[in-house]
Design a protein. Structure first.
Length: 132
């Protein structure tokens, strides 16, 4: 594994660790969600780095999946596309206050935050398997 790839994965794991650490406090649902989105984004960028591919200047998980699939046709993150779309929307919505919060229902509940952690873990695991 390339050193830069390893670094992307390490940063992804740190985002996941932050989310797991913060999930116990219900006040941090949006921050947990943000770190989960960052974990997923960095995991996909790690795959592109491993292939020395251009890394798009995008935070969109959905957008990053296209070049990842070009280099790793067998890559399947094991996540429903609708779940990925929700995780994809988190980047901006979790960072800035809005009238309701970051989800249509408001700030993520504890259960929703745990679901985001599951999604991030799944995507990170699938990405790491591709380069193992």
């Amino acid at each position: 594994m390339r050193e830069k790839t390893r670094s992307w994965f390490e940063h992804a794991r740190l985002d996941l660790a932050a989310a797991i650490y913060l999930v116990g406090d219900g006040r941090f649902g949006n921050i947990v969600a943000y770190h989960c989105q960052q974990c997923a984004e960095k995991s996909l960028k790690a795959l592109l780095e491993e292939k020395s591919a251009a890394i798009p200047r995008s935070h969109s998980i959905i957008h990053l999946l296209q070049p990842v699939h070009e280099h790793y046709p067998a890559f399947t993150p094991g996540i429903d596309e609708l779940e990925l779309a929700v995780l994809d929307d988190i980047y901006t919505d979790s960072r800035y206050p809005g009238s309701k919060g970051m989800l249509p229902t408001g700030v993520p509940t504890h259960d929703e935050a745990r679901q985001f952690i599951r999604l991030a873990e799944t995507l990170l695991g699938a990405a790491e398997k591709m380069v193992a």
